[in-house]
Ligand binder design. Structure first.
Ligand code: KIV
Length: 278
C-alpha cells in the first residue's frame, strides 16, 4: 500500500479490494476479515494490518457517541464517520451501515438514504438489517446501482422487537434463518452478515448461497468474520465483552496507564524533559 501521507491525508490504495475479489474467495475457500472502524486513524491501522473490509457500523452509536441504543445514531453522524474511514482505508473495501429509520419506510427512502451515504462518504457499499422482510429494499438499492450487504440473525436495530440480545435461528427458527439468507441473496445482496447464530445453522446458511457470509458469533464455517474493534482490543478496559469475541490487545488498560503516567509526570515536573524542548 502506498503510504504517501505519514500523518494526515488519504492512505492511497495500490490494489483496492473489490466486491468480486471477496466473492471469488468463496469459491477458493480463502477466509477473510472485516473489522469495524469509525475514524481515519483506526481505519489506517486496520488497513495496514491487511484487513480486507472495514465496516462503519451503527455500533458507533454505543462505542463512539455513547448513546444507550443503536437506534439513536443519525444518517448525518454516520456519514461523517464513514467519510473519515474512507480517507484512511487504503486498499480495504468500506461498507457503511444505514442507521435505523433511514430505509424501512419505502424503497424510495432506502435509495435516497443510501445515495446520500455513498455520495458524501465515498463508501463502496451499504449494510441494512433484515431478511425476507427487507428483500424488496435490497432489490431497489441494487437496481439503483448501490451494492448491499445484508445483516440477518440477531439484528441490533430490532433489539426491542427481539426482546433483547439473543441467539437467533435455534431449533425451529433455523428454517426462518435459512429463508432469510436465501431471500437476501436472491434480492441481489453482495454479501450477508450472520450475527449470533448457532454454528451449524451458519454453516448451512453459508452452503445455501453463492454470496459470502460474514459471521459474528456464528462459528468458524462462515466465509469471513467481523468484530467490533473495541471487542478485539478490550477497549474500554471495563467494557462488556461478548462471548464470541477474543481480545488480541488491551488497549483500554494501556490507554488508562498512559494517561495516568502522563498526569503523574506533569504533576512531578518530569515531563516535558530536555529532549521534548525546542
Ligand atoms: O454495527 C455494527 O458494528 C455491526 C456489526 C456488529 C456487524 O453491524
Amino acid at each position: 500500500m502506498a503510504d504517501n501521507s505519514p500523518s494526515t491525508g488519504y492512505l492511497v490504495p495500490t490494489r483496492q479490494v473489490r466486491i468480486a475479489d471477496l466473492q471469488k474467495k468463496k469459491g477458493t475457500g480463502e477466509k477473510w476479515a472485516m473489522l469495524t472502524a469509525y475514524d481515519y486513524s483506526t481505519a489506517r491501522a486496520f488497513a495496514q494490518g491487511g484487513v480486507e473490509c472495514l465496516l462503519v457500523g451503527d455500533s458507533a452509536a454505543n462505542v463512539v457517541f455513547g448513546y444507550g441504543q443503536t437506534q439513536q445514531v443519525s444518517l448525518d453522524e454516520m456519514v461523517y464517520l464513514a467519510a473519515a474511514v474512507v480517507r484512511g482505508a487504503g486498499n480495504a473495501l468500506v461498507i457503511a451501515d444505514l442507521p435505523f429509520g433511514t430505509y424501512e419506510a419505502s424503497d424510495e427512502q432506502a435509495v435516497v438514504s443510501a445515495a446520500e451515504m455513498m455520495r458524501r462518504s465515498g463508501a463502496a457499499m451499504v449494510k441494512i438489517e433484515g431478511g425476507v422482510r427487507i428483500a424488496p429494499r435490497i432489490r431497489a438499492l441494487v437496481t439503483a446501482g448501490i451494492p448491499v450487504c445484508a445483516h440477518i440473525g440477531f439484528t441490533p436495530q430490532s433489539v426491542n422487537a427481539l426482546s433483547g440480545f439473543k441467539v437467533q435461528g435455534r431449533g425451529d427458527a433455523a428454517d426462518q434463518l435459512l429463508a432469510d439468507v436465501r431471500a437476501v441473496a436472491e434480492a441481489g445482496a453482495s454479501m450477508v452478515v450472520l450475527e449470533m447464530v448457532p454454528a451449524d445453522v451458519a454453516a448451512e446458511a453459508t452452503a445455501a448461497v453463492d454470496i459470502p457470509t460474514i459471521g459474528i458469533g456464528a462459528g468458524p464455517e462462515t466465509d469471513a468474520q467481523v468484530l467490533v474493534w473495541h471487542d478485539l482490543a478490550a477497549f474500554p478496559a471495563d467494557g462488556h465483552r461478548p462471548k464470541f469475541a477474543k481480545q488480541w490487545a488491551q488497549v483500554g488498560e494501556d490507554l488508562t496507564t498512559a494517561a495516568s503516567s502522563y498526569k503523574r509526570e506533569v504533576a512531578e515536573g518530569t515531563f516535558p524533559a530536555a529532549e521534548h524542548c525546542f
